[in-house]
Design a protein around this ligand. Structure first.
Ligand SMILES: *Cc1c(COP(=O)(O)O)cnc(C)c1O
Length: 404
């Protein structure tokens, strides 16, 4: 059992008042709050070892390089990657997907097919549209049912010898659906397609094992796992990272440069042009340590409890409909109240101190599927409590009364 009271003490922001009310932070699917150890690590980096990495022979540069590479090894270990050069530091999920999709833009050709799903975030749609436009490949979409679950029989029909890439989310940010990625990966591999898993929404709740999953790419954002903004990870199997062309040119990613020809550095440096977010990468390692200290099994079990409690309590409100009722879900509840715009609910509950997300959640195709302009989304983290859910329910009741 988690000691939530003591965990909450690790997060200074949670003691704040917003609009004169205690903050209830239920926008965790957009970004997670940061524990004090993460904040302290940022300051400590700048106060003790700040220097550019991989370049200087001087002591600080060595210390910064060691800390950065230690963070890489930590993340390798965390997701069980075979090699540490399969871990590429990026600016986030969006950057990671663009890096991979841009590379495939030069590998794909007319007649090839890219498969995504109806549950994708815009950042796992648009980069693939770019890649298809450039190469002449075709984009196909795995449809979903009214619960927000992917229809696997339809996926089977989409796969063929022309399928070169399958890119799907591990967990949907808008609905919380956990996708059957093991099965998706296995089936794609039967046709030789590469599989990218968008783990942005999974990594705060689950510790992925990329070898066991056998995915070719797995990407996530630092800021959603209690780490700093502007950090992210691209895991790629060595053979695929070697096949992909570099994304950005510049310092650090080269072996030799002349005006006639440049040769590229080996992995991971080939994909890490320029001075990276050194502090961010190092501190992301601290954030992962913090989460492992709490334990992902504990996190998942407790968040599931919050999901069940929140679902039950919110459904007590007459006219409230939950969008996304998959069998397998994480602690995300998207909902609407008949006749009321989600934005209006968001504004009123904010006045009562409750932070929820409203709108399309960067998933317009999902909103179109359900024929709605958006939803109110409450997403729970391990530092949230049932008492906070009660406050949300009261706030939504009040909003409903004022708006209907
Ligand atoms: C948040 C999110 C993204 C985008 O992540 P950024 O950190 O904004 O780059 C992509 N996919 C999913 C499923 C997400 O939840």
């Amino acid at each position: 059992m988690l000691d939530i009271k003591s965990i909450r003490k690790d997060f200074p922001i949670l003691t704040q008042q917003v609009n004169g009310k205690p903050l209830v932070y239920f926008d965790n699917a957009a970004t997670a709050q940061k524990p004090k150890v993460v904040e302290d690590a940022i300051i400590k980096y700048y106060e003790t070892i700040n220097a550019n990495i991989h370049r200087g022979v001087h002591t600080l540069s060595q210390l910064a390089t060691d800390a950065y590479e230690e963070a890489r090894a930590k993340i390798q270990n965390h997701i069980n990657a075979k090699h540490n050069h399969e871990i590429i530091f990026t600016a986030g999920t969006t950057f990671s997907i663009n890096l991979v999709a841009n590379g495939f833009g030069s590998l794909l050709k007319a007649g090839d097919e890219v498969v995504i799903s109806a549950l994708e975030h815009h950042s796992n749609i648009v980069p693939w549209q770019f890649a298809c436009e450039r190469s002449g490949a075709t984009l196909k979409v795995i449809p979903m049912n009214e619960h927000g679950e992917l229809i696997m029989e339809e996926y089977d029909k989409l796969l063929n010898e022309n399928t070169k890439v399958v890119a799907v989310s591990h967990i949907s940010n808008a609905l919380g659906t956990i996708n059957p990625i093991r099965e998706i990966i296995k089936k794609a591999h039967q046709f030789g397609a590469a599989v990218l898993i968008d783990g942005a929404q999974a990594t705060p709740h689950i510790r992925p094992d990329v070898v066991e999953l056998d995915c070719d790419f797995y990407v996530f954002s630092g800021h959603k796992v209690c780490g700093p903004t502007g950090t992210g990870i691209l895991y790629g199997k060595e053979e695929w990272l070697n096949k992909l062309p570099p994304y950005q040119g510049g310092g650090e990613m080269i072996k030799t440069v002349t005006f006639e020809k440049t040769t590229y550095a080996c992995l991971p440096h080939k994909f890490e042009a320029g001075t990276p977010n050194i502090a961010g990468g190092i501190v992301l390692g601290h954030a992962i340590d913090y989460l492992n200290g709490i334990g992902f099994d504990n996190i998942a079990a407790y968040e599931h409890e919050l999901l069940e409690y929140g679902t039950k309590r919110l459904l007590e409100i007459e006219g409230l409909k939950i969008i996304g009722t998959a069998q397998e879900k994480t602690s995300v509840i998207s909902f609407n109240i008949e006749g009321i715009h989600p934005y209006d609910i968001g504004v009123i509950v904010d006045k009562l101190g409750v932070a929820v997300r409203t709108g399309h959640h960067c998933t317009q195709p999902i909103m179109d599927f359900f024929g709605i302009p958006g939803t109110v989304r409450a997403s729970f983290s391990f530092y949230n409590t049932k008492e906070e859910i009660d406050i949300l329910v009261e706030a939504v009741k009040k909003a409903k009364m004022m708006l209907s």
